[in-house]
Design a protein around this ligand. Structure first.
Ligand code: SF4
Length: 435
């Protein structure tokens, strides 16, 4: 049990603190088998916030020094060992307005949003990710991805709670079978940090989809008796918030199914909880090759030395890494920001894989950009940087149509002599196509 022994805050509205259970047991709980509700606020110094904030107000010029200072001010008694313990990070997530206000000065639109969160995607931010937010204003890109605003409560006519129609393509609870040869396996609904634009906000963080043996066996049985399934994507929630033993149990069960060729894990852990990528975890994961990972990075500021180390460990274990990035208004919707992100990812040995047009989930209009913006970004990358660094821009078609790739118009059409083409510099070329 990695719980701050000095923690005395257990509000009733906090996450239900579950009992510790064995792998695959019937008891439903929030991972990773530890007591939740012990929060960062309790570890903050007993000094008025107004005294602390001025020294951390400026935008950091040296982020590493800055984060060190953050820890000295807000977690003075926390040792490196605790800080680098992923279970400590999860146990001490910031989960309420009161806790958040100890560290950030909330804007009116953020304060107002906290009230309505009872029925929506909850608030949760790891102390590590919080350290990336401090010193910036309410319009800071990373802050906007995790701190709610009232805009979340504005539902536009074309928005839906389940825009991708996943519920209609779910043969058993927590399994989405959209494409013939692969399934999406929702392992649990828990994440260490909740993204305000989450496509699965109807499910995630509500404490309804558990790592529960009965449900998991049902999903495994469906996969077992469907021989066309050769690829299983574990997602959620975030599967890497499960403890090693549970994850190992699930991977072992999947590996026992002969026709499952590859297993993929979708996770945001390297960006929000890089401490989770321990040597023990990667030692266990490498036994289940071919195992791939889709990492969720949104902005270059997430590519810290900690995230770099986490990706390095995964890559050294032979796990191919791809990134999935959601295009978000005023967060990463410029060529410069996206170029910076993909270059960081390449250095972290993560191949930029997909750039997603933001799904029209309820309350997402403040995050969504015109499709033109995505095309402009791809146009600004293709030819101007390594081909490996250019992700595929896709729209996940509303209603369950699957991912549809979009490309800027490079092809100028056929004529009797061949194909007209425009290159990245807008120069025209002709290719003698064969008829
Ligand atoms: S990590 Fe993924 S599943 Fe979790 S809140 Fe973010 S987008 Fe949703």
């Amino acid at each position: 049990m990695h719980v701050n022994s000095r923690c005395r805050i257990h509000p009733k509205t906090e996450t239900k603190a579950p009992p510790s259970v064995e792998v695959g047991s019937e008891v439903e709980e929030e991972p990773p088998s530890l007591q939740a509700g012990c929060v960062a606020a309790e570890t903050l110094p007993a000094v008025k916030a107004t005294r602390l904030k001025p020294s951390l107000k400026l935008v950091p010029t040296d982020p590493i020094q800055y984060r060190r200072k953050f820890r000295q001010l807000y977690y003075p008694a926390i040792t490196d060992r605790q800080w680098n313990d992923w279970q400590w990070q999860i146990a001490n997530r910031v989960r309420s307005q009161m806790q958040l206000e100890k560290v950030l000065t909330l804007a009116p639109q953020e304060k107002l949003a906290m009230e309505g969160l009872r029925t929506k995607l909850p608030l949760a931010i790891t102390p590590y990710y919080l350290s990336l937010l401090v010193g910036h204003g309410a319009d800071y890109a990373l802050r906007r991805t995790v701190v709610p605003t009232v805009s979340e409560f504005m539902k536009m006519p074309d928005e839906a709670d389940d825009p991708l129609g996943e519920e209609n393509q779910s043969p058993v609870p927590g399994l989405v079978h959209r494409y013939p040869d692969r399934v999406l396996f929702l392992t649990l609904d828990f994440c260490s940090t909740y993204c305000r634009y989450c496509t699965r906000s109807r499910v995630v963080g509500h404490g309804r989809l558990f790592f529960n043996r009965r449900r998991l066996e049902q999903a495994l049985e469906y996969i077992r008796r469907t021989p066309t399934i050769r690829d299983v994507l574990l997602s959620g929630g975030d599967p890497l918030t499960l403890g090693d033993a549970r994850l190992e149990w699930l991977l072992t069960r999947l590996r026992q199914i002969k026709h499952v060729e590859i297993i993929r894990i979708g996770t945001k852990v390297p960006a929000v909880l890089p401490q989770r990528i321990t040597p023990q975890l990667v030692r266990m994961l490498r036994r289940f090759h071919p195992l791939w990972m889709s990492l969720h990075f949104t902005h270059p500021d997430e590519c810290t030395p900690d995230a770099f180390r986490a990706c390095q460990r995964l890559a050294d274990a032979g796990i191919p890494l791809g990134s999935q990035t959601v295009l978000l208004r005023d967060i990463n919707d410029s060529v410069d920001t996206m170029r910076d992100l993909v270059h960081h990812l390449m250095r972290m040995r993560v191949r930029p894989y997909y750039l997603y047009q933001c799904d029209p989930i309820s309350g997402s209009s403040h995050f969504r950009t015109p499709v033109e913006k995505g095309l402009e970004i791809i146009h600004g990358l293709r030819g101007f940087t390594s081909g490996y660094a250019v992700p595929t821009y896709v729209i996940d078609a509303p209603g369950g149509g699957g991912k549809i790739p979009l490309m800027p118009q490079y092809c100028q059409g056929h004529d009797s002599a061949g194909l007209g083409l425009k290159n990245y510099e807008e120069k025209l070329f002709h290719y003698p196509d064969v008829r």
